[in-house]
Every structure is written in structure tokens, then in C-alpha cells.
Design a protein around this ligand. Structure first.
Ligand code: ACM
Length: 522
């Protein structure tokens, strides 16, 4: 009987199955051309725990990892993979393409290869295939909010590996918000000492007035974040940092009240969920503060894109602040409504002068300098508007990419962000509106968002993230496929998620998952 065809997620651009298989055993050696060493290291690192295979290097090894800059049509991330009964050839024009191909090889092995402990007795066979694979979208991201609920670095490393398995290439870390500040800044130690801890958290369904009475705290060290950047780079994943401004800054204001709009006011790190009125002031020392924070960000994160937030910035405090009124006058602005764009524009200049790309949430698709890359989250129409205005855009439309919404209407669903349901099909179906005739910016790609007000534990994050993130990855890399096929592939892919200990949510809206919700991942 022929071996079952592995259901790859994302599906490759071109895939041909052939008869037979290649067997990996203790004697299988790798032929590694210059530039392919990182891919060899990654392959060994990823499959050694389950398989115990050494995959030593040998000049005549049958398993070839070939970096060939002369290959055309593969771009930075594409690769070609040929598996025959007596040889494996993985080729790419760029080392990153080899990293993507390694993840395909990993998925072609039996799912037990993904386990984090020995799985003796499994035949480590790769089916014979011919694959040419090139991503459709350049930016395939996942945003994790570590401000509302802190997650330690081992958890982030695990997510980097989960993203890489799905050929996602951006982990966007939402590092600061009203409810917590997680990024150390040497000149402002109270940001993490005071801003990294809140007295308690809201619990229960949205809008409830119940609190847990338990402090929540956490912050990273610079060393931890630098190590995370290196770990992610070895897997072809870029960490995009986000520091929120000028709204969503209550934790910073609790640490340094003088950054606010009301002199002498003391604030707590916010314990509620929602949008809070307190925002940064617009006096010069606040701009100096933000530039210092950004300089720390630049020092830790080499990412070309640096995110400065910019969403949900109420103007009520600016409307009554003498310093804000003076700023409006000296800058010739029409009113408080223009201060957000002015503020972000100043920060954008600081980043551009240092060779980085300022990035922000698009509230309307307008109001920011065109050099900003924007994430359009509110309305699909904002994507079109922003592109027309010359922005590069990452589509983050909430009704298809916000994984904090419930994934089914089942009463068994745990508390989630209210407003809508984002099921697996909705994520799979998301196609950003892009008018190819429009001169202007470029649609860089798509990104899933996981805000964590309702996701306090690692198991809960898993439950919300998967399998929807796998569906997003499939669409972003491969493009559209007929839903019945995509669904069947995603369900088969569940065996890999199970091998990895991912406590995923439902594949179908009314079908319960085979584990207890909220269990911690292995
Ligand atoms: C957002 O959801 N406030 C970007």
C-alpha cells in the first residue's frame, strides 16, 4: 500500500508525488555546500530530540543541502526539494530559502519527528516528491501581546519554532500597553519596576466588573531579548518590536507621571481592559523620552520595521491640556485630532534617520507620513486607502486575523474578546483588498493578532492561536485553495500539532477538542 501523502501546511506552490521513499538512519550523512551550514544546524537541532539521528557531514552524503545564489525564480525564501529513493536535494538561492525547505522536510517525516523526546521504532521515511515552493506574501506575521499577560522567554522561543514550522516569518511583540511595560530601558528603570506590575486583573466575560485580586507582573532583560532575536534569526523569523505611543501608555505614566498631560497626577498601572483616556503629553521632554526608548529598541532589535503603536488614542486629555494647546498653535495644527499624526511623524523621523522603517496601526488609512508601513486593522477599505496614499501595508483586518475573538459560537468556548466570531474558515478566506492598478504602496502581506486580555496562560494562547494561525500561514504562503482541501490538510496537520503538544482549538465550530481547555502545553 502506498504511504499516505503528507498534508503540508502551508501547501507548496508546486508538488508532485513519486513512488518510493528515502529512509533516514544513523548512517545518513549530509553534503553541505557553503552557505547551507545554518540549514544543516537547524535540521539537526529540530529532528534530533525525536529521531536521535546525527546527520553528520560528508562530502559524498546523499542528503544534499545546496546554497546556489545562481538559482533564479526562488527569491529570498523559495526553495526546490527533490526526494528520490537514494537521494535528497534541497536547493535555494538564499540561506533563508533553505530554512523554509527544512520545515517542509520536517513535515514530510512522520509526525512523531516533531516530538521533543525520543520516539524509537519509527521508520524515518521521506516520501519521494518534487517540490518548487515560493511564498506569495513577503510578510507573514503573528503579533503576540505580552503586555496584557506576560509570557516568559521559553514560551516565546516555542512560538518562534511554531511560526517557523508554518513558514511564518515575523513575530511582532506588543511589548507595552496600559496594563504592563515589559521592555527594560536603562535610563528609565521604573518602566519595568513600576510599569511591569499591576495590582490585579479583570476576569470573567468582557464587561464584567470582577477582578482577581492577584498582582500580575513580568519584564524581559535586554539579554533575554537579544538571545531571542538570535534564536529567531536562526529560524528565519524576524522579531518586530512594538512600543505603544502616544496612547495605551498608562503603565509608563504610572512609572513617570510627568510624561502625562496633568501635572502632579498619580496613576496606577491599569487593571481594566479597554481603551483608557490617559495619554502621553506632547511637551518636549516626552518626545525625548520616546526617542530614548526607541534608541533602546534599536539597540536590541535589528528588525528593519519598528512599530510605534498609534492605535486608539483618545484626544480628550489633549483638548484640555494647556501644553497640548500650545503645541497645536506652534505647529499650526487644526486641533487635538492632529496631534496623534504629528507625534507619530516625529517618531517616524527619528527612526528613518537611523535607517529603520516606522510602522504603526492605521486608524483610518490616513494621517501618517507615507514612509510609515501601516497595519490596517479596522476596515478592509483602509488597506486600499493606505496603499493609494503610498504606504506599505500589512493586512491585519480584525474580523479575519484577530485570534482573540472566539473561534466558534459553542457555549463551551472560554471567555473571549466580544464582537465577532473568527472561525477557521474566516481566517482561511481572508484576502486583503488590493487594487493592482493603484500606483502607490505595496501590500507586504498579512498578520494574525493575539491580544491577551482573555488569554492569561500558555495553554489558552495555544487554544486561540491554533489551528487558525496554521490557516493564515497557508493562505499567506500558498494563496487560495478550495476550502474542503484546505480544511482536510489542516485537520491532518493536527497530528503535528499534537506531537508538539499544542493545545489547539476546534477545527470545526461545534466539534469539541480532544483535550481539556486550558491545559498547559507539554
Ligand atoms: C488594535 O486592535 N487596537 C490595534
Amino acid at each position: 500500500m502506498p504511504a499516505p501523502r503528507p498534508a503540508l501546511v502551508p501547501a507548496p506552490t508546486q508538488l508532485t508525488h513519486r513512488p518510493g521513499h528515502f529512509t533516514l538512519d544513523q548512517d545518513t550523512s549530509l553534503r553541505i555546500t557553503p552557505g547551507a551550514e545554518p540549514a544543516a544546524t537547524l535540521l539537526r537541532t529540530l529532528i534530533a530530540p525525536a529521531t536521535g539521528l546525527p546527520l553528520t557531514a560528508a562530502p559524498d552524503g546523499p542528503f544534499v543541502l545546496a546554497h546556489d545564489p545562481g538559482l533564479s525564480g526562488l527569491g529570498t525564501e523559495g526553495y526546490g526539494l527533490t526526494i528520490s529513493p537514494d537521494a535528497v536535494l534541497l536547493r535555494a538561492a538564499h540561506p533563508t530559502g533553505l530554512l523554509r525547505g527544512i520545515q517542509t522536510i520536517r513535515q514530510l517525516l512522520p509526525a512523531q519527528a516533531l516530538a521533543n523526546g525520543p520516539r524509537p521504532g519509527v521508520p524515518w521515511q521521506l516520501p519521494c516528491v518534487e517540490i518548487t515552493d515560493v511564498p506569495r506574501r513577503a510578510w507573514r506575521g503573528f503579533m503576540l501581546d505580552v503586555a496584557r499577560h506576560f509570557q516568559p522567554v521559553p514560551f516565546l522561543r516555542r512560538y518562534v519554532d511554531l511560526l517557523a514550522l508554518h513558514k511564518l516569518n515575523v513575530l511582532h511583540l506588543h511589548l507595552t500597553d496600559d496594563q504592563g511595560w515589559r521592555l527594560p530601558v536603562a535610563d528609565y528603570p521604573l518602566l519595568t519596576e513600576v510599569g511591569g506590575r499591576r495590582a490585579q486583573s479583570m476576569v470573567g466575560p468582557a464587561g464584567s466588573d470582577a477582578f482577581d485580586g492577584t498582582p500580575h507582573q513580568g519584564a524581559y532583560t535586554g539579554r533575554e531579548l537579544r538571545d531571542l532575536v538570535t534564536y529567531a534569526a536562526a529560524r528565519g523569523v524576524t522579531i518586530v518590536p512594538e512600543v505603544e505611543m502616544p496612547g495605551h501608555t498608562r503603565a509608563a505614566l504610572a512609572a513617570y507621571p510627568e510624561l502625562g498631560t496633568v501635572p502632579g497626577r498619580r496613576l496606577d498601572v491599569w487593571t481594566r481592559w479597554g481603551v483608557c483616556d490617559t495619554v502621553l503629553g506632547v511637551h518636549e521632554p516626552v518626545l525625548d523620552f520616546c526617542r530614548t526608548v526607541l534608541d533602546t529598541v534599536l539597540d536590541v532589535f535589528p528588525s528593519p520595521h519598528v512599530h510605534v503603536g498609534g492605535d486608539e488614542c483618545p484626544t480628550t486629555e489633549w483638548a484640555t491640556s494647556p501644553a497640548a494647546r500650545q503645541r497645536i498653535e506652534t505647529e499650526g495644527l487644526s486641533g487635538p485630532g492632529e496631534l496623534r499624526g504629528w507625534f507619530l511623524g516625529r517618531m517616524g523621523t527619528h527612526l528613518l534617520e537611523r535607517g529603520r522603517i516606522p510602522t504603526a496601526w492605521a486608524e483610518t488609512g490616513e494621517g501618517l507620513p507615507p514612509e510609515f508601513t501601516v497595519m490596517t486593522w479596522r476596515d478592509p477599505e483602509h488597506t486600499r486607502i493606505a496603499l493609494k496614499r503610498g504606504h506599505n501595508v500589512v493586512s491585519s483586518h480584525h474580523s479575519a486575523t484577530y485570534l482573540d475573538y472566539a473561534q466558534s459560537t459553542s457555549p463551551a468556548e472560554p471567555p473571549a474578546q466580544p464582537g465577532t466570531v473568527v472561525d477557521l474558515r474566516a481566517v482561511h478566506d481572508h484576502e486583503p483588498p488590493a487594487d493592482p492598478t493603484t500606483e502607490g504602496g505595496e501590500l507586504l502581506g498579512v498578520q494574525a493578532q493575539l491580544w491577551t486580555e482573555f488569554a492569561p496562560t500558555a495553554g489558552h494562547v495555544d487554544y486561540l492561536a491554533f489551528p487558525r494561525l496554521a490557516a493564515l500561514a497557508d493562505r499567506a504562503w500558498h494563496g487560495a485553495s478550495p476550502w474542503p482541501q484546505a480544511r482536510a490538510r489542516l485537520i491532518a496537520h493536527g497530528a503535528r500539532l499534537a506531537a508538539l503538544g499544542v493545545r489547539h482549538g476546534p477545527f470545526d465550530p461545534y466539534v469539541p477538542v480532544p483535550h481539556r481547555f486550558g491545559e498547559e502545553p507539554r
